[in-house]
Design a protein. Sequence first.
Length: 368
Amino acid sequence: MTKQVIFHRMIKFIGLLRGNFGSITKGVPKGCLRLMKKMTRVVMIRGITTILWSVRSWRTVVLSIGSDNFMFKFNRIGLLASLDILAVKDSLYKLEGVLLDAGLEVVFESRTAQMMGHTAAAQRTIDDFPGNIDLAIVVGGDGSMLSMARKVAATGIPLLGINRGRLGFLTDISPEDIEHRVMPVVRGEYQRTQRFMLETTIIRNGSIIATGTALNDIVLHPGMPLRMLEFELYVDNEFVYSQRSDGLIVATPTGSTAYALSAGGPLLFPELDAIVVVPLNPHTLSSRAIALQGSARIELRVGTRNELMPQITCDGHNDYTTQPGDVIRIAKHPKEITLIHPLDNNFYSVCRSKLGWGSRLGVVADGE
């Protein structure tokens, strides 16, 4: 750290002390007051700077006091990414520089550090994040955020996204906005939303053969063969319907803007406690999406007359092959994800931007 940086931080620290100067010097004449302030500033800067350069241990202590760290909500930042592309690496380097310049501790998730060839950087596995990381920042698209969210879910650490993908419903900050939108969040100027996940269990002949977790959706589909499959749908042990279709999407509110939306499902407000069930190309004119309460326990029973092996996919990854007669149970996962957003983030504004909704017509209502 250069002498100029140390000097600059000391001036900040002294400025904080001077903020309480009025209460100490109440009743002192203005002429004397100006002289006292000037003398205090000169003496403190010269004296403390001399101490900093002569005693290394004191320099470390005073620098931590004089820095902005005590003003930050998050002081230890973990950086994560899954896409090994130049654009993602550029954003990671830029983000690292902004955070380090602010005096914050930056830790790379170990695989992210290896991907960047960043062996000199501090790094930890996600399992080591609890107690060592205050905020995890994911650089990539919504797919990267989904992948990291499932891994970080058990830690309870909040997530912030830098968008290097296409739509970016989960990654709010664009690369060109890193410098002026990340730091306000780190200082505590943010919105927090809780997103629940889904968990699935596949049962065959009374035994559990696979489990999975999803933040967006769990999908029953035929796999590679372009053939319809048959299944039955139950909700809270109540029979709903049997269906011949290309499958079924079970989505969270977070996932309602993804595959479920493409299949004709409704948009759900992100924090709504609900699950949406959306048929995929049903062989009927009357089958529609169903919105269920968040506590609903869903069961899919794969038809015994199927000639193919339907698959269960969680968030577009982790395919599990089923067999005729298998039972797939889906319910809310006990762990939630905490997402952090800039203060100006708005769900409807995001929909207008990402989905091409119409902007204002120029009509001003009363009171606006």
